[in-house]
Design a protein around this ligand. Structure first.
Ligand code: 5GP
Length: 198
């Protein structure tokens, strides 16, 4: 029997905020399990199925919606994204912490989800880029996307950032190391909550 139930660490923030790097590092260091999402978008160079995402066809994605396999799903930048129950629920029960990188719409669905285990487990954090200029520089720096895609992501980022007050925690991005140490400190503190101890 685990001594405590798992934490569901939900992380949002615009692309370019560095949230994916934070989530991946936490998982790579064995601190939490990364919830791999499903998406209908095409894989970027270097991304692999089952690690970065489960890359699905529209039909496959819709079948999973019909079979109620998702905790939440949303359309982001014109593609569908969703979190599978199987990536989250049993791990929480087994006392394993799960980190998920999802957008503001998905976060809102998880918050209003009726599952008691999810409600007990949920900690949500918004990762904010230090400034609009820095965000633009970071989005342009990622060479895999076209100008058009960057412009769309900038517009969506500004919209997404307007939702930060709906989160329990906000991390204003500084350097990679500072961000990670504050991110890990949050998880460490949440692990000490009496409500999670069996
Ligand atoms: P990208 O295509 O750049 O990997 O991700 C685009 C956006 O989709 C990011 O904001 C990311 O957090 C979000 N996203 C990734 N997986 C999920 C998911 O399962 N559900 C939701 N709602 N958003 C997701």
């Amino acid at each position: 029997m685990p001594q405590r139930t798992g934490i569901l660490l939900l992380v949002s923030g615009p692309s370019g905020s560095g949230k994916t790097t934070l989530c991946r590092r936490l998982a790579d260091e064995g601190e939490a399990r990364y919830s791999t999402s499903c998406t209908t978008r095409a894989a970027r160079p270097g991304e692999t199925h089952g690690h970065d995402y489960y890359f699905l066809s529209r039909e496959e994605f819709d079948q999973k919606i019909a079979a109620a396999e998702f905790i939440e799903h949303a359309t982001v930048h014109g593609n569908s994204y969703g979190t599978l129950k199987s990536e989250v629920l049993t791990h929480l029960t087994n006392g394993v912490d799960v980190v998920m990188d999802i957008d503001v719409q998905g976060a809102s669905q998880v918050r209003s989800c009726q599952d008691a285990a999810i409600q007990l487990a949920l900690v949500d954090l918004f990762v904010m880029p230090p400034s609009d200029e820095e965000l633009r520089a970071r989005l342009t720096g990622r060479k895999t996307d076209s100008e058009e895609v960057i412009a769309l992501r900038m517009k969506n980022a500004l919209e997404e950032m307007s939702h930060w007050t709906t989160y329990q925690y906000r991390l204003l991005s500084a350097t990679r190391e500072e961000d990670y140490s504050r991110f890990k400190a949050l998880l460490t503190a949440e692990r000490l909550r009496v409500s999670r101890i069996n």
